[in-house]
Ligand binder design. Sequence first.
Ligand code: CA2
Length: 140
Amino acid sequence: MKKILVINGPNLNLLGLREPAIYGNRDFNALIEFIKESARSLGLQVECFQSNHEGAIVDKIQQAYGVFDGIVINPAAYTHTSVAILDALKAVAIPTVEVHISDVSEREEFRRHSFVSLYAAKTIMGKGFDGYREALSFFL
Ligand code: CA2
């Protein structure tokens, strides 16, 4: 069974608290349950990791080397700023799918650029929680 690491970046742990028009009204626990149920039904083994810290995300990506077959990542705000996360993904060379709950192409200008997109095999945006299921299915 393939092992997939799902990484969620800063503030996603506060999902459901505000901005329901952009991110929906379900909370982070509901997202994790959704991801676990999606993985179960797709026949994938999944581990979920969330951090508000760039370095912790870099550490987790480095530790994934030789352990995970794929990475699904929503780097949140680090999407638009982090060369460190891009470099970590390139270094471990694990196939990666980038996910965004909202459609970042339709929001502020600063959200249109993604460093992670320079490595990710695929980017899924604007599909809410369903985007994570689609990202997992990439690894079938
Ligand atoms: O659409 C996405 O999934 C994002 O990665 C979410 C990030 C944002 O910085 C990216 O541009 C797009 C923000 C995640 C958390 O935002 C919250 C805002 C208010 C209340 C709770 C969470």
